[in-house]
Structures are given as C-alpha cells and as structure tokens.
Design a binder for this molecule. Structure first.
Ligand code: SF4
Length: 387
C-alpha cells in the first residue's frame, strides 16, 4: 500500500434553518445553545487527533453540512484556527464551505475569505420557486441570485452550484430553465444529483403519487438532458453527477479536489457527528447522535473497520469508476502491489465486450473507464467488482 503524505479534512456542521422534506443527512434545526457546545466538541476532537496530521500535507478542507452558513461565522473562524494549529494550510490547499441562500450575508462571506476559504458550494437545487417550495427549501431563486452576487462581489473565483433533478413537478422544460439560469452565471462547477427518496423522510411517507415526481421515462430524459446541455455549454462531466468548467487557461482545474480524493481512496479525516474518515485500510465514522458526540467527541463510532485488501480493491474500483476518466492500472499496482488483471481481468473484459467500459492508453496511462451506457447503470456495473 502506498504511504500517502497527503491528507484532507472534512468538518460536519449539522445545523440548518429547517429540515428539507427530502433530506436524510445528519442535519436539522437544533436549539441555538447546541451550536456552541458542538463547535467546542469539534475543536476537542481535532486537538485529540493532531498526531494524525504530523508530517502530512493538507490538500483540501471541506466544511459541509447541514448548512455551515447558518451558524455565526466566528465559529467557522475557530475551526480554521484549530486546523491551522494542527497542520499548515498551504497556499494551494482547496478550502470549500457549503452555503445556502437565505443564510448568507456579505459579512459572513467576507469572514470566510479572511479564514482562507477559496471555494464556495451553493445549494440552489432549482431555479423554479414552486419546485423549491415542494422540496421544502427556505429560499427562492431571487435569494440565490442575491447570494451569488455577494460571492462575486467578494472575489470568490471557484463556485459550485448544486442542482437537483427528478424533483416534484419537474419537467424537461423546467429543468432547462434551471440549467439556462445557472449557466448564465458561469459557475466553475455544477453538481447535478438526482433526487432519491429515502426512508424516514416526509417524502418517503408521502409516496411517489402525492409527490408528483416525473415518470420514469421523463426522469431518464431529464438525466440525459442535463448531461447534454452541460456538455454543450463547456462543462465536462468528470464524475457521475459532477461537472467542471473546462478552463481555457492552462493549468486551471475546477474539479473538486476534496471529492476527487474521496473517489481516489486518498486519506481524509472527518470531524463532527457522522463524519467519515479513511486512513489507509482503516475506515471509520463518528456516531450521528449530536448529544453523545458533544459529550465525548470522537469516542464513539457507528463504523470502525480495517478493510482487508480485497475490500479495499473493491472500493478502489467502485469509487474510481464513478469518475469518467476511470482508474489507472498503474494506480492499482501502486496501491495494492498486484496487477489489476490478476484480480479483475475477467470482469473488465466482459464489461468491455458489453460496451459498458473501455480500456485505453499504454503503460502508465493505461486506464479502464465506464462508457456513458456503463455510467447510466453504474450501480449494477459496480456490483461486479465486489467479492
Ligand atoms: S439545507 Fe441541506 S442539509 Fe439542511 S435540511 Fe436541507 S437538504 Fe438537508
């Protein structure tokens, strides 16, 4: 296994103004007094894990949620103070914060910039107000536009906009409106996730009929339209649901470095309730219960396992194949000291024969990646890489 000197940090802020109707993340509305003790707990967890960062180089920081912009920015400042206390933040460390319209002010963004934030991810979801309302979001499209203006006025040059497809009342026409509106703003990155109805959410209780979801065939057309439209407008799909602006300036790569590290199985350490970490073959996740996390931060895990090499290989494949560039044979060899053909040769060949995947390139550049058809049914394809 390669000895990685690089690391990234994820910090989970679970606070939101209100719980959206489809959301099954560890997030929601909590009493204000909990914010202070929760941030304290995060600082403590960081402090107790400082040895993990010794000799490492910090490639990315991601403050996610929840809605990080719903808490007073001074708390975010405390988190950055602690991060820079345990590991140097480098000039080119990608530092992202997730924000939501309706919770963002000029003052907050100025503070984030002063903490070193250089990338902002905004949860728009839709440019159609009736769709936002159906999702239970707190903002309108105009709120998003005001937020976007604030980001531009504060010189944020790397912005992601989250949109959501296959949502209640959505049609190809309404999706097109969302895409047109977003593209007119030229964000550097767009994430387009399909709504999935998760158990325990109000959407799950309501059921598909009451939700007025697009029919299956329309949903597929919406998914395809998203890909086609974004491609035509200069956004390169680099992962199943993620698109980055193809920069004309050489050397500028707008793909999310934090997420790429996740898909590449590179080490990351998560802080906060339900935050996940990967350190070599060890994968662990903090408990989601906020009260328990606050009492004993980082002491209780909902999952803590040492993967055996075969499980790590399977992860390497099904995470790596989410990327449109797929996986490099040389990376597999470097990671596992094993020729990929010895483990997956047969299944890769069968996917190539079924036109679900392609093998291309020579030597160091030899790669295996899914075709559009393979990506369309990626859940089924990935199953073939499990043992
Ligand atoms: S704002 Fe995001 S994290 Fe918060 S409830 Fe809504 S979808 Fe979930």
């Amino acid at each position: 296994m390669k000895d990685s000197k690089d690391i990234s940090i994820y910090v989970h802020i679970p606070f939101c103004v209100r719980k959206c109707l489809y959301c099954d993340f560890n997030s929601g509305k909590y009493p204000d007094y909990m914010i202070d003790s929760y941030i304290d707990a995060i600082l403590k967890e960081m402090d107790e894990n400082r040895e993990v960062f010794s000799g490492k180089s910090l490639k990315a920081v991601y403050i996610g949620g929840g809605t990080p912009s719903s808490v007073p920015p001074s708390y975010i400042g405390l988190i950055f103070d602690r991060i820079s206390d345990i590991i140097p933040i480098e000039d080119d460390t990608e530092i992202t914060i997730e924000i939501n319209p309706g919770t963002t002010t000029d003052h907050k963004i100025k503070d984030y910039v002063s903490y070193g934030v250089n990338r902002v991810s905004v949860g728009l979801q839709s440019a159609v107000d009736s769709e936002l309302e159906a999702l239970g979001r707190i903002h309108t499209y105009n709120d998003f536009l005001r937020t976007y203006d604030i980001l531009k006025e504060n010189g944020i040059k790397n912005i992601n906009v989250d949109i959501m497809t296959s949502i209640p009342h959505q049609t190809k026409g309404s999706l097109l409106k969302t895409l047109q509106e977003v593209i007119s703003l030229h964000p550097q990155h767009i994430s387009a996730y399909s709504l999935s109805i998760e158990k325990g959410t109000p959407f799950y209780e309501m059921g598909p009929m009451r939700l007025d979801l697009p029919a299956e065939n329309e949903s597929y057309e919406i998914y395809k339209l998203t890909q086609k439209y974004l491609k035509e407008h200069g956004y390169s799909r680099y992962e199943i649901s993620n698109y980055a602006l193809e920069s004309k300036d050489k050397g500028v790569d707008y793909r999310c470095r934090n997420n790429l590290r996740y898909w590449n199985r590179e080490d990351y350490i998560g802080f906060g309730a339900s935050a996940a970490s990967l350190s070599g073959y060890r994968r662990y996740t903090n408990i989601s219960d906020l009260d328990r996390y606050i009492r004993e931060p980082g002491r209780h895990r909902s999952e803590d396992m040492i993967l055996d090499p075969k499980d790590a290989m399977a992860e390497f494949m099904f995470l790596g194949l989410r990327k449109t560039e797929g996986i490099r044979f040389a990376d597999f060899l470097n990671e596992f000291d094993t020729d990929i053909n010895e483990v997956y040769g047969e299944v890769m060949r069968s996917h190539v024969e079924s036109e679900l995947a392609v093998i291309s390139g020579e030597d160091e550049d030899r790669r295996f990646y899914l075709t559009d058809r393979g990506l369309d049914i990626s859940n089924e394809v990935m199953c073939d890489y499990l043992f």
